[in-house]
Design a binder for this molecule. Structure first.
Ligand SMILES: [Zn+2]
Length: 252
């Protein structure tokens, strides 16, 4: 009997130790890794291959506890009407904006490079998601980014999106082009109030080079427009990250 007990003990010890050996097999091959939003590619796994994704100033965040700042000013955009150029890059539907449109921040030009869609929203406002968020990505000569986020709520059909919402590129590397001219200014809400904070790209490599401006007032899109985008972009929103003491300021 004693021998049997020892054998059983030995078996149990081996079983308990086994998982720690198995972990070695789970080391990620970053050369072969593709980031995404589900399963073995989800945002928890980004940390294995992109060190910045584990930083202290990551985005998106929950926007809560913000305070007005009298030093802030209305966003000064000088956007030109441009032809429609959409691409599905496998992570989102992106509108490549022809050069020549700028957001001026403290006298510095940030050129609008592209805007793209997340379903549902990446930022939350006091814990609440919106069904869709657009990010207008602007870059200055030094490579710093200023990203304007606009929330969509379900309601009336969105006239700006209507220019291309029936032609969304459905699969990775699909394109849609049209000579119809559109102006990204028509994507912005009529009220200029915003929240602002320092953060990061919400996708790998998660670089902490972004000044965020999240518009306070949502715009509307029809349930069909939002559903058609979601059918392509799926749940492409990164989990909300810790604010870690960062100040969130308001322009009203
Ligand atoms: Zn984005």
């Amino acid at each position: 009997m004693k021998t049997l007990h020892l054998l059983l003990l030995g078996f149990l010890v081996t079983s308990v130790l086994a998982p720690s050996c198995k972990e070695d097999e789970d080391v990620v091959d970053c050369d072969a890794y593709h980031w995404g939003y589900e399963g073995e590619e989800d945002d928890d796994t980004w940390l294995n291959c992109y060190a910045d994704c584990d930083g202290q100033s990551q985005s998106p965040i929950d926007i809560a506890g913000s305070s007005p700042d009298a030093a802030l000013a209305a966003l000064e955009t000088h956007y030109e009407a441009v032809p429609i150029e959409l691409i599905n890059n496998g992570h989102t539907v992106e509108f490549e904006y022809e050069a020549g449109s700028v957001l001026k921040l403290n006298g510095v030009d940030f050129t609008l490079a592209q805007f793209h869609f997340h379903t549902e929203s990446e930022h939350t406002i006091i814990g609440t998601h919106y069904p869709m968020e657009v990010h207008l990505v602007h870059k200055n000569a030094a490579g710093d980014l200023a990203v304007v986020g606009v929330m969509f709520e379900e309601g009336a059909e969105n006239a700006f999106l209507k220019n291309f919402s029936d032609h969304l590129p459905a699969s990775k590397d699909d394109h849609y082009s049209s000579s119809t001219l559109v102006n990204a200014g028509d994507l912005l809400p009529p009220v200029g109030a915003y929240y602002t904070y320092s953060g990061s790209l919400t996708t790998p490599p998660c670089s902490e080079i972004v000044t965020w401006f999240v518009m306070k007032t949502p715009v509307q899109a029809s349930s069909t427009q939002i559903q058609n985008m979601h059918a392509i972009t799926h749940d492409n929103n990164r989990s909300v990250q810790g604010a870690n003491g960062r100040a969130i300021k308001e322009y009203n």
